[in-house]
Design a protein around this ligand. Structure first.
Ligand code: SF4
Ligand code: SF4
Ligand code: FES
Length: 238
């Protein structure tokens, strides 16, 4: 029989506190459903972020009972211990208000890691033929489905200790571009990811890999960047 969930939600900015709410339990209820119930029925001033509700937009990530997760794809039945849920904003980021973390530094680090495609051709050139089973293309494919949700960034201890660290998502993105033979920005990208706060700061904890909801492996991408950076350093080119 459905009962009542005891839900603690973070309220306020970085100096806020947890506030308790009673939320009716439902079949197939997600954590996002719980947060939405509070906002619609108990306190309309609650701030949080979501868009697609189906694991595509990457905007709904929060800390749920101590771990970063997509709230729209996390069923209450899998995470509520004794009918209790504690939900806060993503860790390792400033808090805007309540459950909404400020993602600006996360996205700025994508820019800092040169995680932006640098075209080598114009639209007038023929499209470059790239074999889908080419090993370089397969290396890029392994990380390309990232939806920028920030879960890995919130899970990373190195980000917690070192605010300059680019973090798993930005470095994973850089790795996909390092393996994109159409890209013309490899020198600047390797410089960026090899600098202070780049791939060499990763301690291979694998929390990013363990918690990525898409089972992507930023740890492996970062290891690839380390190898490529070392090769460039000893004179083997990019
Ligand atoms: S493997 Fe590297 S990027 Fe991933 S959580 Fe650990 S330190 Fe962070
Ligand atoms: S690598 Fe995974 S956890 Fe990290 S931002 Fe991308 S989708 Fe989210
Ligand atoms: S609301 Fe889009 S991923 Fe959860």
């Amino acid at each position: 029989m459905p009962g009542t969930l005891q839900v603690s939600l973070w309220r306020g900015g970085s100096e806020g506190r947890y506030v308790d709410y009673d939320v009716p339990q439902r079949d197939s209820q997600t954590v996002l459903d719980v947060v939405t119930f509070v906002q619609r029925h108990l306190d309309a001033t609650l701030s949080y972020r979501f868009a697609c509700r189906v694991g595509m937009c990457g905007s709904c990530a929060m800390t749920v009972n101590g771990k970063p997760r997509w709230t729209c794809r996390t069923h209450v039945s899998k995470v509520a211990k004794g009918g209790k849920l504690t939900i806060g904003p993503l860790a390792n980021l400033p808090v805007i208000k309540d459950l909404a973390a400020d993602m600006r530094e996360f996205f700025q680090k994508w820019q800092n890691a040169k995680g932006v495609f640098a075209p080598s051709k114009t639209r007038k050139d023929p499209v470059a033929p790239i074999k889908p089973d080419d090993p370089v293309r397969l290396a890029a494919n392994a990380g390309i489905e990232c939806i920028n949700c920030g879960v890995c960034y919130a899970a990373c201890d190195t980000v917690r200790w070192n605010k300059d660290y680019l973090g798993p998502a930005a470095l994973n993105r850089a790795w996909t571009l390092v393996n994109d033979e159409r890209d013309a920005g490899q020198g600047a990208r390797l410089d960026a990811v090899s600098a202070e706060g780049g791939c060499l700061s990763c301690h291979t904890h694998e929390s990013c890999h363990d918690l990525c909801p898409l089972s992507l492996n930023p740890t492996a991408s970062i290891a690839g960047l380390k190898r490529r950076a070392m090769k460039a350093y000893v004179g083997g080119g990019e």
